[in-house]
Design a protein around this ligand. Structure first.
Ligand code: SF4
Length: 367
């Protein structure tokens, strides 16, 4: 049985409209479906509480667009999670997008204990937002973040996207400046990936996306800009002011345990991985999650930990796996250090910023 506090994730698969790049499990739904889904989430929270008997020190309500829930629904979810799982000091994050009833939602969320919001900003450039099929304008995004501050939630994260059609270094940095100007404490910046079965993927041959080198330059410029503004790059794609790292997401990269509830949510508990299928009806009908094999092995640990700026600490590695970090891997890391991709000393190994850019191939080389 798990002893350390886990991370609890609840998936809300509802969106007003599908963005053109999005592969997350989400769709528009009527009020009855939302109500039935929230009821089922609460039933499953109680059920897992009885069987796992563990605590959670983070709750992340993601989606989808959780802020499309009614104020009373977010209150019910947070209060049930608190009753069954959460420690008193839990980080409680909710993802949100601008919409007309957001201020009421945010007031209810703050009153129920939500202390962190994550907004899907993506860009402050209207053409780039249109390219992505995002509904909100920059002015609406600004109002949404202001509403969160007014509700008393100050720990705010914003997502940005790199590698968009028509994006220049100047437009990307303007988006970053816009986000920081709103007072956000954390920025996640992901490179656009064309996922199969999305409208953008189907249009891929007609898109004029930046090429690999241009995208790499955009990424590096953004890293330089954000760190020049005193944020820390603590993960390949994540930046925050000191003390505002996402405690929940750190659990994934540290290979720690988490419980995901909701259609398409994944879990890693007691060394086992399992997930709910991308099927709301299966979830509403009480179907159990699907086993997904063992997790937390050495390769997985190396892959995840090297996403973090801190990388792998050799003592921690030895404690977890009861043997030292492999000498052959250290030797490979020293060769990669000569290429400027890896830092290695007697305490551990981590990737440089150029190593982050080539993380997939660098990590493959190491493992
Ligand atoms: S709002 Fe988020 S989850 Fe919903 S469609 Fe857009 S990217 Fe996907």
């Amino acid at each position: 049985m798990t002893t350390n506090p886990v991370g609890l994730y609840l998936h809300i698969p509802f969106c007003e409209k599908k963005c053109r790049y999005c592969d997350f499990y989400s769709f528009s739904a009527d009020e009855n479906t939302k109500q039935a889904y929230v009821n089922e989430l609460i039933r499953r929270i109680d059920k897992y509480g009885e069987t796992l008997k563990c605590k959670a020190d983070t709750l992340y309500i993601g989606g989808g667009t959780p802020s499309l829930l009614a104020p009373v629904q977010i209150e019910r979810l947070v209060s049930e999670a608190k009753k069954v799982f959460l420690t008193d000091d839990a980080e409680i994050t909710v993802e949100a997008n601008p919409h007309s009833s957001l201020p009421e939602f945010l007031k209810a969320a703050a009153a129920s204990g939500v202390n962190r919001m994550s907004f899907g900003l993506q860009s402050s450039n209207e053409n780039e937002l249109r390219f992505l099929g995002r509904k909100a304008t920059p002015a609406e995004l600004e109002n949404a973040v202001k509403s969160a501050f007014s509700a008393g939630i100050e720990n705010i994260s914003a997502d940005l996207m790199i590698g968009l059609e028509g994006q220049s270094e100047s437009s990307l940095l303007k988006s970053a400046e816009f986000a920081l100007g709103l007072g956000v404490k954390h920025i996640s910046a992901y490179i656009l990936k064309l996922e199969e079965n999305t409208p953008l993927y189907k249009m891929r041959d007609c898109l004029a996306l930046p090429d690999e080198d241009e995208t790499a330059n955009l990424y590096l410029s953004l890293c330089d800009y954000l760190t020049s503004k005193n944020t820390l790059q603590y993960e390949i794609s994540n930046f925050s002011f000191r003390g505002f790292e996402s405690r929940h997401n750190l659990k994934y990269w540290r290979c720690e345990e988490y419980l995901g509830i909701g259609a398409s949510a994944h879990s890693f508990i007691n060394g086992r991985r399992f997930y709910f299928t991308r099927d709301i009806n299966a979830f509403l009908n009480g179907n159990e999650p699907v086993p997904d094999g063992d997790g937390g092995g050495e390769e997985e640990y190396i892959m995840l930990k090297l996403r973090l700026a801190q990388g792998i600490n050799f003592d921690e590695f030895e404690k977890r796996f009861s043997h030292p970090f492999d000498e052959k891997k250290k030797e490979k890391a020293r060769l990669l250090k000569e290429k400027g991709l890896v830092n290695i000393d007697e305490s551990g190994v981590s990737l440089t910023r150029n190593g982050f850019l080539l993380s997939n191939s660098v990590i493959c080389e190491l493992i």
